[in-house]
Structures are given as C-alpha cells and as structure tokens.
Design a protein around this ligand. Structure first.
Ligand code: HEC
Ligand code: HEC
Length: 603
C-alpha cells in the first residue's frame, strides 16, 4: 500500500484484475485474476519500471527509458486505461510511492540518482533531491515526514526529509570480527542488491538485500577466485530499520550459518496477520521468512516455486492469496497461502509450466505446504528484442538465474556483481590482484581486450575465466554463445537531462585532447581506449603485473569508484592523485579542471 511494484491489484467493475508492468512487452497488461485472461494490453513506447495505484484510482507507471511517469485513468466506458499525461522526471525513473496523506507522489530515478517529489493532484514537480548512485525502492515513514530510499549499490539507505530537501545516508556496512589463524580480523560486509523495501506494520521497515565480502583491502592476500578463498562471499540479509529512530536493527553477521537462500531479491510483501515476509528472488522462487523475527533472514519458513524471473508480488483476499509475476517466463501465478496440507492442483486455460513443490520446500515445511493454485502464461507482445529472441532469453536466464553452480560454486550468478549488467561498486580480490567490477551494458562491443589487465582477447575467453574464478561447473558452447549475445544486447538509458552544459563539456573535451594533458594518447578514438597495456604506476602489493589495459571511459559518472583497485572515490580525486603518472593535470586551473571533469562525466 502506497508503494509501487511491477504487479498491482485493482478492481474493474467488480472484477479483480492484476496490472502488470512488463518490461519485455514495453507495456501494461490488465489481467483477470480469476481466469488469467488478458483483458487489455496498453503499450508504453518504452520499458516500464514499477507502477502505483493512487488513492483516487489513477494508475502511475514509471517508464525507465523515456524519463517520464505515465498517468492513466481507468475509463469506465471502454473498460480500458486512458493516458492522461506524461510527467517528465530525471533519467530512468523506476519506483514510486505516495505519502500516507496522499498529497504527494515520490519517484526515484536510478541513472539520474534523484528522488522527485510531485504534487499528487497537479503532478507538478515540487522538488528534486540528489541522491547517491542507484536509488531504487521507496517507503515513507508513518507520519509522512520522511522517505526511506534503498540503493542497489553502495551499502547505504537514504533518508530524505520531505519537509525540506535534505537526504541523509544510513550506513549499511556491517563489521564482523572473525577469528582466523592470523588472529582476530575485522571483515567489512557490504550491503547491496537493495531493490525492494517493505513496511512491517510495526514502525519497522524491512530491507531484503545481500551482504558481500569482496575481501580486497590493500593488504588482503590474493584469493583464488573472486573474494576470500574458502570463506563465504555473499549472504542473504534482511535489515530492519526503525521508522522513527532510523536505527538499523542490530543484525550482526553470523558467518557460521551460511544463509545463501536468496541472492537476488527483487520484490517483497509483508502479511500482517501471520507476520510473514514474502521475498521474490530471481533464480530462487519466492522465499518466506518470519518477518517479525529479529533476524528474518535466519528464520526462513518455506519456499514457493514459481516460474522463472519473479519480479513482482501482491497479497490479496486479506492476505490469504499471493499473486506473483514472473517476468522471464511471462507467467502470473496465484498461490493459496492459507496453511493447508500439501495437495497440488493446477488449472487454468493457458497453463504451460505449473509451479512445482521442491523437496526443499517440503524440508522447510513447518505447518503445511504452499499450494500453487493457478499459473497463467500470458500472450507475447512485440516490445523489446528479448521478447521474441530465444537466444537472448536464454542468455538472460543464465545471467540472472543460472541453475545452481553452473556459474559459481557458491550460488552466485553474473547479476550478483553486475546488477542489471552494471557494476556493484566493489573491488574483489583475485589471484591477479584487486579488481573493481566494471559496467558491462553498452560498453563491451568495441572495447576488446577484456579484464583490467587485458588478458582476454574476446568475451568468450573472459567468460570462461569468470566461471573458473567462481568455481562453477561451466557453460556448454550453446549457453556461452547465448550469454555473450545477451551481454552485447544490454543497454543503458539515454541521458535525457545532462548534468553539464554543452559549452563546458566541449571545453573539457579540448583539454582532454590537448598534448598538455596527454589523455587522448591512450584514451583514444570512440571507445576512449587504445586497447593496449600501460604501466601508469598503479600496481599494488597483490597485483601480479604492473600494466593495465587502457579502460573505456564510457559511463564514468555511473561507475565510481575508479581504477582497477577502486582507490579513487571521485573523478576529482583521480585527477589530483594521478597527475604525472597518468597524463598531466597539475598545470590546470580550477575552472579547466572542472571542465575536464564535466567532459569525463558526460561520456
Ligand atoms: C564476484 C563478482 C563478479 C561476478 C559474479 C561476475 N563478475 Fe564479471 N567482473 C567482475 C570483476 C571484478 C571484473 C574485472 C575482472 C578483471 O579485470 O580481472 C569483471 C569483468 C567482467 C567483464 C569484462 C569487462 C571489461 O570491460 O573488461 C565481463 C564481460 C564480465 N565481467 C562478465 C561477467 C559475466 C558474463 C558473469 C557471469 C558469468 C560475471 N561477469 C560474473 C566481477 C564479477
Ligand atoms: C599512458 C596511457 C594513459 C594516459 C596518458 C592516460 N590514461 Fe587514463 N588510464 C590508463 C590506464 C592504464 C588506466 C587504468 C589504470 C588502473 O586501473 O590501474 C586508466 C584509467 C583512467 C580512469 C579510470 C577509469 C575507471 O573506470 O576506473 C580515468 C577516469 C582516466 N584514466 C582518465 C584519464 C585522463 C583524464 C587522462 C589525462 C589527464 C588520462 N587518463 C591519461 C591509461 C592512460
């Protein structure tokens, strides 16, 4: 209630319907929840993020690649959605929320890293608050004074004061003291995959995510894979945040109990009466936890198997039923979640892949087992290329939800470190030295060779090395080909609202290309790379070799920190710190320096 999802339930003249924001079909589906019949398909001309039904019955849909929110009103005559207007937002709007008094609408923009506050009645933008990178889900405090915004990357949550326009960050790093043979050592676990937030009804906000331990401080020993050898690198985490005190619940990491049941959480719902927390996990179905426990992640209750790619959840009939939208399989499943003995019964006109109970579900079963009542596969529509291309669909499945251990021995997948084909902002220890995760989307086709040290001539050999580092079983040639096709197809949103003016950017470009700075001698051509290795004096103790392949500078503004070991948090720090070892910047005036930074941020 009050927060958006890819799936929302409504009523059309007494019929219970599901509205689905389908990013492959580039539109909104209106589906009769009891028959599975698609009543209407409303094209959006772009990929939707989430949708929200407002208190007065409007349907708002964030369109990620059109930098706008579409506002629909159900038309009673035609029983269909009618577009009222498009409200512009910063680049890549993804999630929405309304304040408890319904006077304001909040929108997060991921690429544009901002929260927009709109007047609910007029949809005028009241303010825009700048946020750290990759903001995602929003919930408001009960009094409507603050908005809590999750971040997909960066181990933080933002708390935005809605009475002013200030954002304060809550740190979601957790330090654990581990004892090993070298003595006591602190491990800094870093929270990520913050795609979803849910209110638990008791002044608490639950934040399903993942804790990562990349183990790559300057003195960290080289590891055999990505992260510490032998120790866990990724754990399911459900942080609790107090809505009033803004305290992050005491939730020390317990490494002895490896809870890696959900590593790609994407949506959550809390059922008040039972206190159960439902979390949709890509590659893992829907996990059910005791949402009132101090540490919900250590209190799993059961698992519901659903079709591939669950991204949306909605409870209905007073919490007795759960609807699940599986984006990859284009399937809407409905579960009866009242506690009853296990007796599968699957029906529906368009059924193709019924959800199944796994042995694991039965093992976790405490008091009866979930019953998948219905699963409807919905018709396909022409939208994104992936909706009609089986190779890309297989590639995506592998990227996000490969079968356990195909990619990594510990259950991680590509999207664990490359969320939506971007980067996790972390620096992982490897046998070759510390390696910061690069953005992949729209950055691979003209930037061979691959890896920071340029040791892989093509994507196929890089992917093979990745799977080896992750100790996965490996991909067969057809799978590898599909994965590579998918890597090449990933895109980023067009920047609708550049942060710097054209004249400053052009001046910065001239400085970049001047012989005085020398930047373009290595960062040359359209790919901003000469595809050659150079020693720019960045080798650290655990680096095997001193030379690095000149990296592409595309999307720098979205991919902090910088350098192979992530040593610089900002471009300004990088320009200051690398003067004389990587080109020359010491002679630049402050204004030239900021023009150069503007150019770099515009790439
Ligand atoms: C544990 C985190 C992690 C996982 C999981 C992961 N990557 Fe990476 N990825 C990285 C890091 C770190 C680098 C830089 C590696 C290096 O330079 O040696 C990288 C580099 C890459 C590159 C090279 C980019 C360039 O411009 O040079 C590609 C392509 C890539 N990853 C694809 C994948 C695919 C496909 C998967 C799944 C099979 C995957 N990654 C899984 C962290 C990860
Ligand atoms: C001699 C070749 C060379 C020159 C000249 C050069 N670079 Fe680089 N650049 C590199 C290499 C190699 C790296 C990777 C170093 C590392 O990660 O350890 C790099 C990394 C960077 C990065 C970080 C990219 C990322 O994603 O982390 C930026 C930004 C950058 N260079 C900007 C510049 C600017 C601005 C100049 C001119 C002042 C410049 N470079 C001059 C070779 C060069």
């Amino acid at each position: 209630v009050g927060t958006s999802a890819t799936l929302a339930l409504g009523d059309v003249e007494g019929t219970r319907v599901a509205y689905i924001a389908d990013e492959d079909a580039h539109g909104v589906r209106t589906v009769d929840l009891s028959t599975g019949a698609e009543l209407e398909f409303t094209p959006l001309g772009g990929a939707p993020g989430q949708l929200l039904i407002t208190a007065d019955g409007r349907l708002l849909v964030a369109i990620k690649d059109r930098a706008s929110v579409a506002v629909f009103e159900p038309s009673t005559e035609k029983k269909s959605l009618e577009l009222r207007c498009l409200v512009p937002t910063p680049t890549e709007p993804i999630a929405l929320a309304s304040t408890p008094d319904s006077t304001r609408i909040l929108v997060t923009s991921r690429w544009g890293h901002a929260l927009s506050v709109l007047d609910s009645a007029t949809l005028k933008r009241l303010s825009t608050v700048d946020l750290p990178r990759d903001p995602a889900a929003i919930v408001t405090s009960r009094d409507g004074q603050r908005a809590f915004v999750s971040h997909i990357v960066g181990a933080r949550m933002s708390v935005v004061d809605l009475t002013g326009d200030r954002a304060v960050a809550l740190d979601l790093h957790q330090v654990e003291r581990a004892v090993n043979f070298e003595g006591t050592k602190s491990v800094r676990w870093s929270y990520g995959q913050g795609y979803t937030l849910v209110r638990s009804g008791e002044g608490k906000i639950l934040a399903p995510g993942v804790l990562a331990n990349p183990s790559s401080g300057p003195d960290a020993p080289p590891s055999t894979g990505y992260g510490p050898g032998g120790a866990p690198t990724a754990l399911t985490e459900i942080s609790t945040i107090d809505d009033t005190t803004q305290q992050v619940g005491a939730n020390p990491v317990l490494v002895s109990s490896t809870h890696t049941d959900c590593l790609l959480p994407r949506a959550a719902a809390f059922e008040e009466k039972s206190g159960r927390l439902y979390v949709a996990c890509l590659g893992d179905g829907v996990r059910v936890y005791d949402g009132r426990a101090k540490r919900p992640n250590l209190n799993p209750v059961r698992r519901l198997m659903v079709a591939d790619g669950p991204t949306g959840l909605a409870l209905f009939e007073e919490g007795k039923r759960l609807a699940v939208w599986s984006q990859f399989a284009r399937t809407l499943s409905v579960f009866d979640i009242t506690i009853r003995p296990y007796k599968p019964k699957v029906w529906g006109p368009q059924l193709t892949t019924p959800p199944v109970e796994s042995e694991e579900t039965i093992a976790l079963m405490t008091n009866g087992s979930p019953r998948a009542t219905k699963a409807f596969q919905l018709p396909s529509h022409e939208g994104a290329a992936i909706s009609t291309n089986d190779t890309l669909a297989l590639g995506r499945r592998l990227f996000f939800s490969a079968d356990a251990k195909t990619i990594a021995g510990d259950g991680r997948v590509c999207a664990s470190c490359h969320p939506d084909g971007r980067d996790d902002g972390l620096t992982w220890s490897t046998l070759d030295g510390p390696r910061q995760t690069p953005i992949l989307a729209a950055r691979l086709l003209d930037t061979a060779p691959y890896s920071w040290d340029g040791s892989n001539a093509d994507l196929s050999s890089h992917v093979r090395r990745t799977v080896k580092r992750l100790m996965g079983f490996g991909l067969d040639p057809k799978q590898r080909e599909a994965l590579i096709a998918y890597l090449g197809s990933m895109s980023v949103p067009r920047d609708e609202t550049p942060i710097h003016d054209k004249i400053t950017v052009a001046r910065g470009q001239a400085i970049f290309q001047s012989p005085d700075t020398g930047c373009a001698t290595c960062h040359s051509g359209g790919s901003t790379s000469d595809a050659a290795g150079h020693d720019v004096a960045t080798q650290v103790k655990s680096d095997r070799a001193p030379a690095f392949d000149t990296p592409s500078l595309r999307f720098l503004s979205q991919s902090a920190p910088y350098f192979h070991d992530g040593r610089y948090a900002t471009i300004a720090d990088l320009l200051k710190g690398s003067d004389g070892t990587m080109g020359h910047t010491g002679h630049l005036s402050d204004s030239d320096r900021s023009a150069l930074t503007a150019y770099l941020e515009s790439l």
